[in-house]
Design a binder for this molecule. Structure first.
Ligand code: MG
Length: 268
């Protein structure tokens, strides 16, 4: 199942998404997945409304989720830990981005004047489908995760290094591009290849098999602290290759099966 969230005729809708010969299309309107869309669809309680199918690229897309919180993992790829000169973590390092930092696919990342270095961080994001608390590391993550999407954990690197905690560095408006779709059709166990391009040039290329902490380990750690709610986002960390952004740049984050999260960059 793949879906997106978009505006049409000044109303917000969720749409079922299909891959037609390599291009993503919105084929139907579906009910909002406040709880667990997969279960609701199986139970037949989600009405499908008529929609003239349209390509995803022609739609006015929104972030595909409306999270109560965005939980992020820092330093979860070995090569990225090394490139920033950090110690290899012995437990997950987590932080929050505010939902106000969400930016739709195609939206403009605004570089704050207070920062001299803002980096992209392409990431795989898990979308929570069911309330979760105190999960065991051996629990099946598929019972909790509705699907996956793409995110860019935009970071003011100089402020991250200056501040003792990262709310400012990670929390500016537009610092969390997310989308374009949510899909549960990916095989995480086989490893997903994440790629980030800056102005068309490949800068990040890594497999999620290089995770330091697996998704079940992250879910167990996070839910030992806080309750995850349906629609919450879990950003699983960025691989090596982070680099600064400049006005006029374009960033494309992609994983096969999730489309491309494309955003441009401008001064604030
Ligand atoms: Mg990150």
């Amino acid at each position: 199942m793949k879906y997106c969230r978009f505006n049409l005729n000044r109303q917000t809708h969720y749409g079922a998404v299909e891959d037609r010969n390599g291009e993503l299309w919105i084929t139907n309107l579906i009910q909002p997945p406040e709880e667990d869309l997969a279960v609701r669809l199986k139970q037949g309680r989600s009405a499908a409304f008529g929609l003239q199918p349209m390509t995803l690229s022609s739609a006015e897309l929104l972030p595909p989720v409306t999270p109560s919180k965005i939980v992020c993992v820092g330093r979860n790829y070995r090569a990225h830990v090394r490139e920033l000169g950090n110690e290899m973590p012995t437990e997950p390092l987590i932080f929050l981005k505010p939902p106000s930092s969400l930016l739709p696919p195609g939206g403009v990342v605004r570089l704050p004047a207070v920062s001299k270095r803002v980096d992209f961080e392409g990431e795989l994001a898990a979308v929570i489908g069911r309330r979760a608390r105190n999960l065991k590391p051996d629990a099946d993550w598929r019972n909790v995760v509705r699907g996956f999407t793409l995110a860019n954990d935009v970071t003011a690197r100089d402020l991250q290094n200056k501040d003792d905690q990262w709310t400012r560095a990670k929390g500016f408006d537009t610092f969390c591009p997310t989308g374009p779709i949510v899909s549960d059709e990916l095989d995480l166990d086989a490893g997903l290849t994440l790629e980030t391009r800056l102005n068309g040039e490949r800068r990040q290329h890594a497999s999620t098999l290089d995770f330091i902490f697996s998704l079940p380990q992250l879910l167990a750690f996070i839910t030992s602290i806080l309750t995850l709610e349906p629609g919450d986002l879990l950003l699983t960390g960025t691989p090596s290759g982070v680099a600064p952004l400049s006005p006029g740049d374009r960033v494309d984050v992609s994983i096969s099966g999730l489309g491309v999260l494309a955003n441009t960059v401008e001064s604030s």
